[in-house]
Design a binder for this molecule. Sequence first.
Ligand SMILES: Cc1cc2nc3c(=O)[nH]c(=O)nc-3n(C[C@H](O)[C@H](O)[C@H](O)COP(=O)(O)OP(=O)(O)OC[C@H]3O[C@@H](n4cnc5c(N)ncnc54)[C@H](O)[C@@H]3O)c2cc1C
Length: 387
Amino acid sequence: MNIRENIPLAPLTTFRIGGPGRFFCVVTNEAELVEAVIFARERELPFFVLGGGSNILVGDEGFDGLVIKMGIMGVNIHKKIKNPPSLNLASLGLGTPPFSKGESAAKSPFEKGGVEQSEVGDFTIIAAGAGEIWEDFVSTTVNQGLYGLENLSLIPGTVGAAPVQNIGAYGAEVSKTIILVRALDTETMKFMELTNEQCQFSYRDSVFKNQKGRYIITRVDFNLLKSGEVNIDYKDVREYFGRLVLRGEASLVARPRLAEVRKAIIEIRTSKLPDMKKWGTAGSFFKNPVIPATHFLRLKGKYPDLPGFVQKDGKYKVTLAWILDKICNVKGFAKGKVATYGRQALVIVTEPGATAKDVYELARELTERVRIATDIEIQMEVEKVGV
Ligand SMILES: Cc1cc2nc3c(=O)[nH]c(=O)nc-3n(C[C@H](O)[C@H](O)[C@H](O)COP(=O)(O)OP(=O)(O)OC[C@H]3O[C@@H](n4cnc5c(N)ncnc54)[C@H](O)[C@@H]3O)c2cc1C
């Protein structure tokens, strides 16, 4: 494995900001991953796993440790099981003990490289290497007529990072489709296969995020449906198909097909999100806050249109873009080379020459304005790397 020194990290991120990584390597299999972690440990250096760099902000001084770029990938359908009597995941070596003991004897299919697919009646279990580009993987699943990931089309990044913050969009969350995550537990230096439950998924959160640095994901197994139902309940998606019906381009009664939903999501996202060729960005910079019901009702009394969605625990998730736009009036608010995006205030965009310090200054100001106006402490969704 080739370990290089002083590698600029800015071009490897979508913000295109930040200093170099002191050491840098690309791992293409699990043995190289182990080697990389041992390299860092022997030198008492921190390490950071880099996917597509679309949810991080690298500090201006860079990262004083080892950056491990995840490159375990490939697409290779090689295992099909037709019509077994029942969905027995254990027989596939997926999702059940011995994983609960913390470790699995199953080998990663990516020793050979690739995506592994097994069909079990109506279910299709499809496994992808952590370095696969998320959007390419979603495209593959939709092209094969598999339901489950279509609403997550066009999210930048890699397959391995998707469980980390439990990516979500347009009424879908990736956790609903994940059956198992294979990862190196850097505490024990053993590979584990974590069930969906063990991943502890919640809104933009998981065990991979709240035990930062412990697990390095090498493969994700998804459980997708051969004959599913599309989910077009989300407001923007409903409105998109409503417009098609009005123009006579879609039927009022027939439900849109899988590929049509993917096309809709791509068009909606393209019209709402910044052009990454033009701007540096990491998408939504902050998380939507989840606040107690009493707090929500107090705000709702003052701002009757404030959108809020009740959660399982009775708290409310509120739409921060609405607060930034309608209460704080900061949509398109610029400070030097950094601004909130004119069409979506939750997204921070940068011009060439902007620094991480500039971004943090704007973020601090937005945080303060939201706190003063609503008494809500907002939190970054984007992760700080280095200083
Ligand atoms: C324009 C734009 C739109 C976006 N839209 C959305 C959206 O709709 N919904 C959404 O949820 N997100 C969205 N994002 C955020 C981002 O795309 C996702 O969080 C994505 O999953 C990050 O993937 P990545 O490979 O770029 O991860 P990186 O940014 O490289 O890393 C993110 C975190 O994951 C960790 N990580 C990466 N790979 C691994 C691995 N193999 N094992 C363990 N840890 C790992 C990193 O260490 C880091 O902590 C958007 C970003 C942009 C730029």
